[in-house]
Design a protein around this ligand. Structure first.
Ligand code: PMP
Length: 448
């Protein structure tokens, strides 16, 4: 089998023809065809009819092994009985009320008990909203204005966060050790960029210098402990610990965005690093596949909420169906479940990395636990320390071929090399991803 982008895309378009047609039709009413910019998978998104366990069924009737899992939300897989039963049992009671319900408190308790740095939690509907709340809390508690974020860091659709997700180093992004904010969307006002400081990944010395210069007006640093939507980059433990110390020393709150990384460990990825952030943002798995976001942290940062000094409200915040689904999901995700899922993840990572090293293929897998990123690089043994490395050395054509060919062969990854595993997967499903990866790489690099 020899692979090139044109033929792979051609087969993709043939296999998912009905989705292509529907995408075009959807464009008549929804600009771009979908309400999520991120859904486009090359030529068009793949429309789905239903999901069951580890698989989705497309409108063409194809069964795909789902390694996307709604951008890593579905940690249990699709239609998991724990979640489905919980929400169908509740549904006849009505869906939403201008009154609180008990399950919101039950889920809050679960999160506070699991995440050591979290003593109080407030809910919203999405990770994006929770990130926006987190920076408001940081500003309110410090009396400062600016927010620092990392190049390659993703925190949802807020103006502040859509800077430097994928900065183009050759053009506007400035030197690697002093990055400048670059808007990744039209419509971001100049005054937003003036209030955002952009930090380089895995470069503690530069972060300390930049934060020290801006300390008097910087309220918070927001970071993922392993990036996701910006491409998967792992952080050195020394870097993360150093940043915790620097922010503490400078009176800047450290906001850890665990929207994805909560799936890495029973006590959150922060427990793997052994750090206690000031604020933690949560989302995705805490809603069990339904929309939910949350910010948590030490009690002292929420006193202004108790005193009604910080506004935090939304019609569907802590929605009963989402919190009920979230409880079912989090309770199912006990320590044993995390171990099973993470063992699958480390098998993929170890086996593919050892195999690619041996073959001297320019490929590696990054990440921890059940959320991983595969990368096709310019040369063997290349490893990425930052999103700039990724943007400079990634072989974009081969990354695309890999993703489309996966879909052609019945596996659905996220577009930018991310994969997220689910509890519904079996050993056979993991074998299938490993073997298909090897086949595609052999076809690309010639040793088949
Ligand atoms: N933070 C991170 C780390 C994310 O990955 C995402 C979503 N991919 C968000 C925030 C935004 O969450 P949502 O899409 O639920 O608004």
């Amino acid at each position: 089998m020899s692979l090139n982008l044109d033929t792979v895309v051609e087969r993709f378009c043939e296999k998912f023809e009905a989705s292509g047609n529907l995408s075009e039709k959807a464009g008549a009413y929804i600009p771009g065809g979908y309400s999520r910019s991120s859904l486009t998978f090359g030529p068009h998104a793949i429309f789905v009819e239903r999901g069951e366990g580890a698989y989705i069924q497309t409108i063409e009737g194809h069964q795909l092994l789902d390694l996307h899992n709604c951008f890593s939300c579905n940690i249990l897989g699709h239609n998991h009985p724990a979640v489905t039963e919980a929400i169908t049992e509740f549904a006849p009671n009505g869906f939403c009320f201008g009154n609180p319900m008990e399950h919101e408190h039950k889920l809050a308790k679960i999160l506070c008990e699991r995440i050591e740095s979290v003593e109080k939690v407030i809910f919203s509907c999405s990770g994006s909203e929770a990130c926006l709340s987190a920076i408001r809390i940081a500003r309110a508690n410090t009396g400062k204005n600016k927010i620092a974020k990392f190049e390659g860091g993703y925190h949802g659709l807020g103006d502040e966060f859509l800077l430097s997700l994928h900065p183009d180093p050759a053009l506007l992004a400035g030197p690697a050790d002093r990055p400048l904010p670059v808007a990744n969307s039209a419509g971001i006002p100049n005054y937003t960029a003036a209030n955002v400081i952009v930090l380089p990944q895995n470069d503690l010395e530069s972060c300390e210098r930049i934060l020290t210069e801006n300390a008097s007006d910087t309220a918070g640093v927001i970071m993922e402990l392993q990036t996701g939507a910006g491409g998967v980059i792992d952080f050195d433990p020394d870097f993360v610990h150093g940043l915790r110390d620097v922010t503490q020393k400078l009176g800047i709150l450290l906001i850890v965005d665990e929207v994805i990384t909560l799936r890495a460990a029973f006590n959150g990825m922060q427990s793997l690093f052994g750090i206690l952030p000031d604020l933690t943002v949560m989302g995705k798995i805490i809603g069990g596949g339904l929309p939910l976001g949350a910010v948590g942290g030490q009690e002292k940062y929420f006193r202004m909420h108790d005193e009604h000094l910080i506004y935090h409200s939304g019609t569907n915040h802590g929605h009963p169906l989402s919190t009920i689904a979230g409880i079912a999901c989090m309770e199912t995700m006990n320590k044993k479940a995390y171990k099973k899922l993470n063992d699958f993840g480390s098998r993929i990572k170890t086996e593919l990395n050892e195999w690619a090293d041996e073959k001297q293929y320019p490929f590696f897998v990054n990440g921890t636990g059940s959320h991983l990123g595969y990368e096709i690089t310019d040369e063997p043994n290349r490893k990425y320390k930052s999103c700039r490395d990724m943007m400079t050395f990634s072989n974009e054509d081969n990354m695309q071929i890999f993703a489309f060919e996966m879909a052609n062969q019945g596996i659905f990854p996220m577009y930018r090399g991310q994969i997220a595993l689910s509890m519904s997967m079996s050993k056979k499903d993991i074998d299938s991803f490993i073997n298909t990866s090897k086949e595609i790489l052999d076809a690309l690099y010639g040793n088949s």
